[in-house]
Structures are given as C-alpha cells and as structure tokens.
Design a protein around this ligand. Structure first.
Ligand code: IPM
Ligand code: MG
Length: 356
C-alpha cells in the first residue's frame, strides 16, 4: 500500500536541504519505494501565509501521513514576534499534537570526518552513541508558565519541570529496547541531587531496569554528563534524558562528530509513526546560498525508512551512499578540510543520488 509522507520544509535552509532529501526519495521510488508526498507549511513560512506557525491543515496532513519529513524552523525575521506565534511553537506544537514523545538522536562519527571534529581524533574515532530524548513533556510543556508582575512591580519569569511516572516509563522503555539491539548499556541523565522531578526520573528508571536484566543501567548528573561527553564520549552507548537536558546534550554530542550538519533524528509516537528531521536549526545566516549541508536531512530519510517505512535495506543503502561521497572527498563548507573538494548543497544531494 502506498505510504504517505508529509513534507514540511520550514524556514531558513529548511527548503534547500529538504529538496535534496526529496531527490533521494524520488530516486528510491524508481526502485519500488511506494510513497506519495504531500507538502505543508510550518514555522515562519506558515506564519507569513496564515498568521500561525502551525496551521490546522499542516496538522491534518501530518496526522494522515505515515511519516513526516521536516526541514527546520525559525529565523531573524520572526524573532520579535510574540512567543506564542514564533516558528519554534510550530515545531513544539506538532511534536505535541502527534504525541511524538521519543526523540532518537544518534551521534555517529564517520571515520572520514575524524579530522572535522574539534576533539582529538582518538577521543572520537569509532563513536556511536544514541541519545534518547523525552520530547513532549518536562519544562518545555509544563504548566504553569509565563511572565508575571510581582507586587513590587518587578517582573518574574517562570516555567515548570514536571514528569509523570508514565512519561518516564515510556521513554525509558524506548531506551532499553534500543540498547538491547546495541551494546545493552543505558545511561540515564538527570539532576536528581537538586530537582525532585528528576529524582523521580532516577527511581522510575531504576525500577524499569528490573524488567531488562540484560541491560546495564547507570545514572549520571547532567553536568557530569556534559563533561564526560567531551572528555570520553565512547563510554556511552544509549543515553536517556529529559526534554531540556536532551536538547542541550545532543547539540554537544553533535560536535563530537565534526558537524551538527551530519546528524539526523527521529521523533516517534507509541506506534512507530515518526517525524524525521536534522537536529540542526534553520541557519538563517547561510540560507539561500547553496552552502548548507544536506546530509543530516538525507540521513533522516534513512531513519524514516528504517523506523516507519520498514525498508531497512534502503536505509542501509542511503547510509552507504553518504559514506561513498565522503570517501570521494566531497565536503560541504561545514565539514571541509584541506585537500577535499568543496561542494554546495545541491551538488552534495546529487552526489548521494548518484552513489545510490
Ligand atoms: C531542537 C531545537 C528545538 C528544541 C527548538 C528549535 C524549539 O533546538 O530540536 O533541538 O529546543 O527542541
Ligand atoms: Mg536543540
């Protein structure tokens, strides 16, 4: 049966990198991938068109789809808008509306890019880490939130960090299940020495681990985890953490691999439906110049093939094709080093298609 893919390009470099990912999907259609694409607006592009960063139509298209491919949202143009209609609200809104609570952010170092990392090659060589970030709860969504004026006239901003046991359990299960297919080690990251909600996080993870005797669970405070990620990142297999800690640690982990432009992500609901996007942002400073790296978005398509479209061989083929173009020395500006061939966004996309 034909699977439906919603394509939400978004803002900044979003449209350019999504075009390259769609080229890859089109190429795979020739080999029998049975999909149909439907485009929708999100973020600033949607705001400009309809006054909201997440139009109902976009939610409807995405709900009806089997999988969603997203570029990126946000840009200078919309930074002064009220927070309730900023592009980022579109992204948070769709994660929440579709219940995409499990965010998988792999950080894999392609051996060809060991020199592109700011860390010593021996620290990062062979790195293969999976960050499992809770995506629809925690301080990002907790109530109450806002800015209020105190009696003395001073303003006070406030947000709430809340986690229910059920939310911790379901993200924990995702992490343990993934670990079983990898090196069977889960490191749960919290701030249990200070925050009650993450003390509950730690206790819940510990109870959950009893059902996974083959998986080794460890706990780490988030400040230490940030340090360990740059000190000795290869100690980690699967890391599971809260929404905000995962946001921060995944950016940190991305640089271990040389460039944030290389990392894909999957955001899954309870039934394996997913939204796939690069973990980098909309990079408005380089938008429209054909210099952005499309590989994170192309690798997001590979994740979509693996987790939602049940086409693991095609996923492997994309990952191999990316490896092939790197072997050939092709590099976008963000991963460029001496002696390599610098290419633009569209040339990189074409090269991956050719390698397929
Ligand atoms: C990410 C981004 C988003 C987040 C922003 C754009 C709302 O940083 O996907 O990591 O904070 O989740
Ligand atoms: Mg982030």
């Amino acid at each position: 049966m034909t699977k439906k893919i919603a394509v939400l390009a978004g803002d900044g470099i979003g449209p350019e990198i999504v075009v390259e990912a769609v080229k890859v999907l089109d190429r795979l259609k020739q080999d029998g991938l049975d999909i149909e694409l439907e485009h929708g607006l999100i973020g600033g592009a949607a705001y400009d068109e309809s006054g909201t960063p997440l139009p109902d139509e976009t939610i409807a298209i995405s709900q009806a789809a089997d999988g969603i491919l997203l570029g990126a949202v946000g840009g200078y143009k919309w930074e002064s808008l009220d927070i309730s209609v900023r592009p980022e609200k579109g992204l948070l809104g769709i994660r929440s509306a579709l219940n995409l609570f499990a965010n998988l952010r792999p950080a894999i170092l392609y051996p060809q890019l060991a020199d592109a990392s700011t860390l010593k090659a021996e620290v990062v060589a062979g790195l293969d880490l999976m960050i499992v970030r809770e995506l629809t709860g925690g301080i990002y969504f907790g109530q109450p939130r806002g800015v209020r004026t105190l009696e003395n006239g001073e303003k006070e901003g406030f947000n709430t960090l809340v986690y229910k046991e059920s939310e911790i359990n379901r993200i924990g299960k995702v992490a343990f299940d993934i670990a079983q297919k990898r090196q069977s080690r889960v490191c749960s990251v919290d701030k249990a020495n200070v925050l009650e909600s993450t003390e509950l996080w730690r206790e819940t993870m510990t109870s959950l681990a009893e059902g996974y005797p083959s998986v080794e669970l460890s706990h780490m405070y988030v400040d230490n985890a940030a340090m360990q990620l740059v000190r000795a990142p290869k100690q980690f297999d699967v890391m599971v953490t809260t929404n905000m800690f995962g946001d921060i640690l995944s950016d940190c982990a991305s640089m271990l691999t040389g460039s944030i432009g290389m990392l894909p992500s999957a955001s899954l609901d309870e039934n394996g439906k997913g939204m796939y996007e690069p973990i980098h942002g909309s990079a408005p400073d380089i938008a429209g110049q054909n210099i952005a790296n499309p590989l994170a978005t192309i690798l997001s398509v590979a994740m979509m093939l693996r987790y939602t479209l049940e086409q693991p061989e095609m996923a492997d083929r994309i990952e191999k094709a990316v490896s092939t173009v790197l072997d050939k020395g092709l590099r976008t500006a963000d991963i460029f080093s001496e002696g390599m061939t610098k290419v633009g966004t569209s040339e990189m996309g074409d090269a991956v298609v050719a390698a397929l």
